[in-house]
Design a binder for this molecule. Sequence first.
Ligand code: FES
Ligand code: FES
Length: 165
Amino acid sequence: MMSVSLNINGRDRSVNVDGADTLLDVLREQVGLLGTKEGCVEGECGACTVLIDGAPVDSCIYAAAAAGGRQVTTIEGLARPGDYSPIQQAFIDGGGVQCGFCTPGFIVTLTALLRRNPDPSRDEINNALSGNICRCTGYSQIIEAALLVAAAATSTPTPAGAVAQ
Ligand code: FES
Ligand code: FES
């Protein structure tokens, strides 16, 4: 076992891990953050997606020891009941959440995309989501939610008193 210090959702933590422990194991079993889901455990479905220093990774295939000294953000670091981010609200409003198992991974992945590119194209959204699988929605509501957030972020408010043409 070795002690690893990392920052999870803005809080410094010290955890004891062995070489076989994944970051997903640590988050769910030691830290008790259950929003990050355990799906395929093979890096294929994206249910376990978290941000490491702002970039999305599959925590099921990321060695916990490698997270030492890094900033880890889970869905709990993005979600606040009653204070949802634009992409979270768009999922809720647009039917992007059905069973919800995949949702944390999609939200984390799209949050990273929208931070680095506030106005992604449909193709860029599709590419960003290529590692996230949803068995319920057919993806269209999820992609539309991301496009809606992009459109809202880049729309120019009409100046007060101006008349729309
Ligand atoms: S559980 Fe990690 S990619 Fe599926
Ligand atoms: S909402 Fe059920 S797997 Fe995506």
